[in-house]
Design a binder for this molecule. Structure first.
Ligand SMILES: [Fe+2]
Ligand SMILES: [Fe+2]
Length: 340
Protein backbone atom coordinates (compact mmCIF):
# COMPACT_ATOMS: atom_id res chain seq x y z
CA UNK A 1 0.00 0.00 0.00
CA UNK A 2 1.52 3.38 -1.08
CA UNK A 3 0.27 6.92 -0.42
CA UNK A 4 0.13 7.96 -4.04
CA UNK A 5 -2.92 7.78 -6.22
CA UNK A 6 -2.65 5.73 -9.34
CA UNK A 7 -5.63 6.23 -11.58
CA UNK A 8 -7.31 3.30 -13.15
CA UNK A 9 -5.69 2.72 -16.52
CA UNK A 10 -2.42 4.43 -15.44
CA UNK A 11 -1.08 7.98 -15.21
CA UNK A 12 -2.17 10.57 -17.74
CA UNK A 13 0.82 11.87 -19.72
CA UNK A 14 1.31 15.62 -19.35
CA UNK A 15 0.75 17.53 -22.60
CA UNK A 16 3.92 18.21 -24.57
CA UNK A 17 5.25 21.71 -24.05
CA UNK A 18 5.02 23.64 -27.33
CA UNK A 19 8.53 24.62 -28.43
CA UNK A 20 10.51 26.89 -28.38
CA UNK A 21 10.03 27.16 -24.65
CA UNK A 22 12.32 27.07 -21.63
CA UNK A 23 10.35 24.00 -20.36
CA UNK A 24 10.70 21.14 -19.75
CA UNK A 25 13.72 21.66 -17.50
CA UNK A 26 16.84 19.54 -17.94
CA UNK A 27 20.57 20.02 -17.37
CA UNK A 28 22.29 18.16 -20.19
CA UNK A 29 26.09 18.45 -20.33
CA UNK A 30 27.71 17.66 -23.68
CA UNK A 31 30.78 19.87 -23.59
CA UNK A 32 32.73 19.37 -20.38
CA UNK A 33 35.19 22.10 -21.39
CA UNK A 34 32.42 24.72 -21.34
CA UNK A 35 31.30 23.55 -17.92
CA UNK A 36 34.90 23.99 -16.71
CA UNK A 37 35.10 27.52 -18.15
CA UNK A 38 31.88 28.41 -16.36
CA UNK A 39 33.33 27.16 -13.05
CA UNK A 40 36.41 29.27 -13.69
CA UNK A 41 34.30 32.34 -14.45
CA UNK A 42 32.65 32.07 -11.03
CA UNK A 43 36.01 31.92 -9.27
CA UNK A 44 37.40 34.90 -11.22
CA UNK A 45 34.52 37.29 -10.50
CA UNK A 46 35.63 40.78 -9.48
CA UNK A 47 33.80 43.82 -8.25
CA UNK A 48 34.21 47.12 -10.12
CA UNK A 49 33.28 48.97 -6.92
CA UNK A 50 36.47 47.59 -5.33
CA UNK A 51 38.81 49.14 -7.91
CA UNK A 52 40.93 51.97 -6.41
CA UNK A 53 38.53 54.77 -7.42
CA UNK A 54 40.10 57.21 -4.98
CA UNK A 55 43.13 57.21 -7.29
CA UNK A 56 40.99 58.76 -10.01
CA UNK A 57 41.21 62.40 -8.99
CA UNK A 58 39.25 64.73 -11.30
CA UNK A 59 41.57 67.59 -10.27
CA UNK A 60 44.56 65.74 -11.76
CA UNK A 61 43.22 66.43 -15.27
CA UNK A 62 42.37 69.55 -17.25
CA UNK A 63 38.67 70.05 -18.04
CA UNK A 64 39.31 69.08 -21.68
CA UNK A 65 41.13 65.92 -20.61
CA UNK A 66 38.22 64.93 -18.39
CA UNK A 67 35.91 65.57 -21.30
CA UNK A 68 38.14 63.39 -23.50
CA UNK A 69 38.08 60.51 -21.00
CA UNK A 70 34.32 60.80 -20.60
CA UNK A 71 33.99 60.79 -24.39
CA UNK A 72 36.10 57.64 -24.74
CA UNK A 73 34.07 55.79 -22.11
CA UNK A 74 30.88 56.96 -23.83
CA UNK A 75 32.17 55.45 -27.08
CA UNK A 76 33.13 52.28 -25.20
CA UNK A 77 29.67 52.16 -23.62
CA UNK A 78 28.14 52.03 -27.10
CA UNK A 79 29.74 48.54 -27.20
CA UNK A 80 30.44 47.27 -23.70
CA UNK A 81 27.21 48.53 -22.16
CA UNK A 82 25.10 46.81 -24.80
CA UNK A 83 26.70 43.54 -23.64
CA UNK A 84 24.34 42.78 -20.71
CA UNK A 85 21.18 43.22 -22.79
CA UNK A 86 22.64 41.42 -25.81
CA UNK A 87 23.77 38.40 -23.81
CA UNK A 88 20.68 38.38 -21.61
CA UNK A 89 18.63 37.96 -24.77
CA UNK A 90 21.04 35.31 -26.10
CA UNK A 91 20.78 33.52 -22.73
CA UNK A 92 16.98 33.43 -22.91
CA UNK A 93 17.18 32.13 -26.43
CA UNK A 94 19.63 29.41 -25.42
CA UNK A 95 17.12 28.28 -22.77
CA UNK A 96 14.24 28.34 -25.25
CA UNK A 97 16.20 26.32 -27.79
CA UNK A 98 17.36 23.85 -25.14
CA UNK A 99 21.03 24.36 -25.75
CA UNK A 100 23.04 22.20 -23.39
CA UNK A 101 23.31 23.51 -19.84
CA UNK A 102 26.93 24.80 -20.02
CA UNK A 103 26.09 26.91 -23.08
CA UNK A 104 23.30 28.62 -21.12
CA UNK A 105 25.52 29.07 -18.10
CA UNK A 106 28.38 30.49 -20.13
CA UNK A 107 26.03 33.03 -21.76
CA UNK A 108 24.85 33.99 -18.33
CA UNK A 109 28.44 34.45 -17.13
CA UNK A 110 29.18 36.73 -20.08
CA UNK A 111 26.06 38.74 -19.17
CA UNK A 112 27.44 39.03 -15.63
CA UNK A 113 30.87 40.14 -16.81
CA UNK A 114 29.47 42.66 -19.26
CA UNK A 115 27.43 44.20 -16.47
CA UNK A 116 30.75 44.79 -14.69
CA UNK A 117 32.26 46.33 -17.80
CA UNK A 118 29.26 48.61 -18.11
CA UNK A 119 29.70 49.59 -14.48
CA UNK A 120 33.29 50.61 -15.23
CA UNK A 121 32.03 52.99 -17.94
CA UNK A 122 29.39 54.32 -15.58
CA UNK A 123 31.74 54.88 -12.65
CA UNK A 124 34.53 56.44 -14.73
CA UNK A 125 32.11 58.84 -16.36
CA UNK A 126 30.24 59.84 -13.22
CA UNK A 127 33.49 60.51 -11.38
CA UNK A 128 34.99 62.70 -14.10
CA UNK A 129 31.94 64.19 -15.81
CA UNK A 130 28.77 64.06 -13.71
CA UNK A 131 25.68 63.74 -15.89
CA UNK A 132 27.63 62.09 -18.73
CA UNK A 133 27.23 60.71 -21.34
CA UNK A 134 24.30 62.98 -22.32
CA UNK A 135 22.61 64.44 -19.23
CA UNK A 136 24.68 67.66 -18.97
CA UNK A 137 24.74 71.09 -20.58
CA UNK A 138 27.73 71.76 -22.83
CA UNK A 139 29.27 75.24 -22.63
CA UNK A 140 32.36 75.36 -24.91
CA UNK A 141 32.62 74.42 -28.60
CA UNK A 142 34.54 71.28 -27.69
CA UNK A 143 31.84 70.31 -25.19
CA UNK A 144 29.09 70.87 -27.76
CA UNK A 145 31.05 68.73 -30.22
CA UNK A 146 31.41 65.91 -27.67
CA UNK A 147 27.74 66.02 -26.69
CA UNK A 148 26.62 66.02 -30.31
CA UNK A 149 28.98 63.18 -31.33
CA UNK A 150 27.77 61.03 -28.44
CA UNK A 151 24.17 61.62 -29.54
CA UNK A 152 25.07 60.40 -33.05
CA UNK A 153 26.91 57.38 -31.66
CA UNK A 154 23.89 56.33 -29.64
CA UNK A 155 21.65 56.85 -32.66
CA UNK A 156 23.75 54.11 -34.30
CA UNK A 157 23.76 52.01 -31.13
CA UNK A 158 19.97 52.13 -31.32
CA UNK A 159 20.07 50.89 -34.93
CA UNK A 160 22.39 48.07 -33.86
CA UNK A 161 19.98 47.00 -31.11
CA UNK A 162 16.98 47.00 -33.47
CA UNK A 163 18.97 44.94 -35.98
CA UNK A 164 20.27 42.57 -33.33
CA UNK A 165 16.76 41.88 -32.05
CA UNK A 166 15.58 41.03 -35.53
CA UNK A 167 18.64 38.89 -36.21
CA UNK A 168 19.14 36.95 -33.01
CA UNK A 169 16.22 34.56 -33.57
CA UNK A 170 17.11 34.00 -37.22
CA UNK A 171 20.67 32.80 -37.00
CA UNK A 172 22.17 29.52 -35.86
CA UNK A 173 24.75 29.38 -33.08
CA UNK A 174 27.51 29.05 -35.72
CA UNK A 175 26.61 32.39 -37.30
CA UNK A 176 25.88 34.19 -34.08
CA UNK A 177 29.02 32.97 -32.40
CA UNK A 178 31.36 33.77 -35.25
CA UNK A 179 30.23 37.38 -34.85
CA UNK A 180 30.53 37.21 -31.09
CA UNK A 181 33.97 35.63 -31.46
CA UNK A 182 35.09 38.55 -33.58
CA UNK A 183 33.80 41.00 -30.98
CA UNK A 184 35.63 39.18 -28.20
CA UNK A 185 38.82 39.07 -30.27
CA UNK A 186 38.47 42.82 -30.78
CA UNK A 187 37.74 43.44 -27.11
CA UNK A 188 40.60 41.36 -25.77
CA UNK A 189 42.96 43.07 -28.24
CA UNK A 190 41.74 46.55 -27.28
CA UNK A 191 42.03 46.07 -23.53
CA UNK A 192 45.36 44.29 -23.71
CA UNK A 193 46.76 47.20 -25.72
CA UNK A 194 45.32 49.87 -23.45
CA UNK A 195 46.29 48.07 -20.23
CA UNK A 196 49.92 48.33 -21.24
CA UNK A 197 49.64 51.86 -22.69
CA UNK A 198 47.86 53.62 -19.83
CA UNK A 199 49.93 55.42 -17.23
CA UNK A 200 47.13 55.45 -14.69
CA UNK A 201 46.98 52.74 -12.00
CA UNK A 202 43.16 52.64 -11.85
CA UNK A 203 42.74 52.33 -15.61
CA UNK A 204 45.56 49.80 -15.76
CA UNK A 205 43.86 47.55 -13.23
CA UNK A 206 40.45 48.03 -14.88
CA UNK A 207 41.73 47.24 -18.37
CA UNK A 208 43.68 44.17 -17.16
CA UNK A 209 40.60 42.79 -15.47
CA UNK A 210 38.27 43.51 -18.37
CA UNK A 211 40.85 42.10 -20.80
CA UNK A 212 41.01 38.87 -18.80
CA UNK A 213 37.22 38.55 -18.96
CA UNK A 214 37.26 39.19 -22.68
CA UNK A 215 39.85 36.45 -23.24
CA UNK A 216 37.56 34.05 -21.36
CA UNK A 217 34.63 35.13 -23.55
CA UNK A 218 36.77 34.41 -26.57
CA UNK A 219 37.52 30.96 -25.19
CA UNK A 220 33.77 30.34 -24.71
CA UNK A 221 33.07 31.40 -28.29
CA UNK A 222 35.84 29.18 -29.65
CA UNK A 223 34.62 26.16 -27.69
CA UNK A 224 31.06 26.63 -28.94
CA UNK A 225 32.28 27.12 -32.50
CA UNK A 226 34.38 23.94 -32.42
CA UNK A 227 31.08 22.12 -31.88
CA UNK A 228 29.14 24.11 -34.48
CA UNK A 229 31.53 24.59 -37.38
CA UNK A 230 31.91 20.98 -38.52
CA UNK A 231 28.29 20.93 -39.79
CA UNK A 232 28.54 24.13 -41.87
CA UNK A 233 26.99 24.36 -45.31
CA UNK A 234 28.31 26.67 -48.04
CA UNK A 235 25.35 29.03 -47.61
CA UNK A 236 26.15 29.51 -43.96
CA UNK A 237 29.83 29.92 -44.79
CA UNK A 238 29.13 32.84 -47.09
CA UNK A 239 26.78 34.37 -44.55
CA UNK A 240 29.61 34.22 -42.02
CA UNK A 241 31.94 35.98 -44.48
CA UNK A 242 29.42 38.86 -44.62
CA UNK A 243 29.12 38.90 -40.85
CA UNK A 244 32.86 39.20 -40.47
CA UNK A 245 32.88 42.28 -42.67
CA UNK A 246 29.92 43.65 -40.67
CA UNK A 247 31.87 43.02 -37.48
CA UNK A 248 34.83 44.96 -38.81
CA UNK A 249 32.63 47.91 -39.82
CA UNK A 250 30.84 48.02 -36.48
CA UNK A 251 33.76 47.40 -34.12
CA UNK A 252 36.16 49.77 -35.87
CA UNK A 253 34.45 52.67 -34.09
CA UNK A 254 36.09 51.66 -30.84
CA UNK A 255 39.14 49.79 -32.15
CA UNK A 256 40.14 52.35 -34.74
CA UNK A 257 37.88 54.69 -36.79
CA UNK A 258 34.46 54.08 -38.37
CA UNK A 259 34.59 52.98 -42.04
CA UNK A 260 31.84 53.60 -44.61
CA UNK A 261 28.98 51.15 -44.75
CA UNK A 262 26.92 51.25 -41.57
CA UNK A 263 27.56 54.31 -39.47
CA UNK A 264 25.16 57.21 -40.01
CA UNK A 265 27.23 60.18 -38.94
CA UNK A 266 27.34 63.87 -39.81
CA UNK A 267 30.31 64.98 -41.95
CA UNK A 268 32.09 66.75 -39.07
CA UNK A 269 31.85 63.73 -36.75
CA UNK A 270 35.22 62.16 -37.52
CA UNK A 271 37.25 65.32 -37.22
CA UNK A 272 35.73 66.14 -33.81
CA UNK A 273 36.09 62.51 -32.74
CA UNK A 274 39.83 62.72 -33.43
CA UNK A 275 40.17 65.95 -31.44
CA UNK A 276 38.35 64.38 -28.46
CA UNK A 277 40.36 61.15 -28.69
CA UNK A 278 43.52 63.28 -28.57
CA UNK A 279 42.35 64.80 -25.27
CA UNK A 280 41.75 61.32 -23.83
CA UNK A 281 45.15 60.24 -25.13
CA UNK A 282 47.02 63.13 -23.48
CA UNK A 283 45.16 62.44 -20.26
CA UNK A 284 47.07 59.12 -20.13
CA UNK A 285 44.06 56.86 -20.64
CA UNK A 286 46.10 54.54 -22.86
CA UNK A 287 44.37 55.27 -26.17
CA UNK A 288 46.78 54.02 -28.84
CA UNK A 289 47.79 56.16 -31.81
CA UNK A 290 45.93 55.84 -35.11
CA UNK A 291 48.72 53.68 -36.57
CA UNK A 292 49.07 51.49 -33.47
CA UNK A 293 45.32 50.93 -33.45
CA UNK A 294 45.37 49.97 -37.12
CA UNK A 295 48.24 47.56 -36.52
CA UNK A 296 46.50 45.95 -33.53
CA UNK A 297 43.28 45.62 -35.47
CA UNK A 298 45.16 44.07 -38.39
CA UNK A 299 46.74 41.49 -36.05
CA UNK A 300 43.36 40.66 -34.47
CA UNK A 301 41.82 40.20 -37.94
CA UNK A 302 44.69 37.96 -38.98
CA UNK A 303 43.93 35.76 -35.96
CA UNK A 304 40.24 35.57 -36.85
CA UNK A 305 41.19 34.79 -40.44
CA UNK A 306 43.38 31.83 -39.48
CA UNK A 307 40.59 30.44 -37.30
CA UNK A 308 37.77 30.72 -39.84
CA UNK A 309 39.80 29.60 -42.85
CA UNK A 310 40.49 26.31 -41.10
CA UNK A 311 36.75 25.66 -41.48
CA UNK A 312 36.58 26.69 -45.14
CA UNK A 313 35.08 30.11 -44.40
CA UNK A 314 36.45 32.82 -46.69
CA UNK A 315 37.60 36.05 -45.12
CA UNK A 316 36.11 39.33 -46.37
CA UNK A 317 38.25 41.99 -47.99
CA UNK A 318 39.22 44.77 -45.59
CA UNK A 319 40.77 47.32 -47.95
CA UNK A 320 40.94 49.86 -45.10
CA UNK A 321 43.68 47.68 -43.56
CA UNK A 322 45.08 46.29 -46.83
CA UNK A 323 43.58 42.87 -46.11
CA UNK A 324 42.62 40.93 -49.21
CA UNK A 325 39.56 38.71 -49.44
CA UNK A 326 36.00 38.41 -50.71
CA UNK A 327 34.29 41.72 -51.54
CA UNK A 328 31.27 42.45 -49.32
CA UNK A 329 29.59 45.78 -50.06
CA UNK A 330 26.34 46.64 -48.38
CA UNK A 331 25.93 46.12 -44.67
CA UNK A 332 22.43 45.92 -43.27
CA UNK A 333 21.86 46.70 -39.57
CA UNK A 334 20.62 43.12 -39.20
CA UNK A 335 24.07 41.90 -40.20
CA UNK A 336 25.57 43.65 -37.22
CA UNK A 337 25.52 41.21 -34.34
CA UNK A 338 28.93 41.20 -32.72
CA UNK A 339 29.28 42.27 -29.14
CA UNK A 340 32.12 42.96 -26.72
FE1 LIG B 1 33.06 40.20 -23.91
FE1 LIG C 1 33.00 43.45 -22.29
Amino acid sequence: MTDVTIPEGGFWPAPEVPQPNIYPMEWRVETAKLAAIYEKSKRMVWNPADLPWDLLDPAAFTREQRLGIMYWFSVLANFDASGPAVFARATIQAFEKHEEDPVRKCFFSITRDEMNHEECCQRSISRLWPGGPLGWEPSTDLEHAAHNNIGWLYHNGGRYWTGYNAAVGKYSLAVLFTSFMMGEMAASTLFRGMASATGHPLFSEMFHKIGRDESRHLQICMTILENEWPGLTDDVRSLITRQLRAGFVFLSMILWEPPEGFWELPPYFLHNHRVLMDRARDAGLGVLSYDEQAENWRIAMARVRVIVERWGIEFPAIPELDIEGVAVDVIDPEDIIPVF
